[in-house]
Design a protein around this ligand. Structure first.
Ligand SMILES: [Zn+2]
Length: 75
């Protein structure tokens, strides 16, 4: 009888270990997806109105960034 109890205990521990390892792997892959779907973008500030936006959407003039051509002109 004790033999079966030990066997059940061992099976229980193995199942727990596998579940814990799976949960960890899932959490890690979720984190990986998040960083992949939201790449770090260079944010710059408009020198005229101070709004933050990505560097790719901004207009640069002599090292200063603007949110629009209008604000670049108004500087
Ligand atoms: Zn602006």
């Amino acid at each position: 009888m004790t033999k079966y109890l030990v066997l059940i205990l061992v099976i229980g521990v193995v199942i727990w270990l596998v579940t814990a390892a799976n949960a960890r792997a899932r959490a890690q892959s979720r984190r990986g997806e998040q960083t992949a779907s939201t790449p770090v973008q260079d944010m710059v500030r408009c020198a005229h109105c101070g709004v933050f936006q990505s560097k790719a959407d901004s207009f640069e003039a002599r090292g200063v960034y603007f949110c629009s051509r209008e604000h670049e002109r108004l500087r």
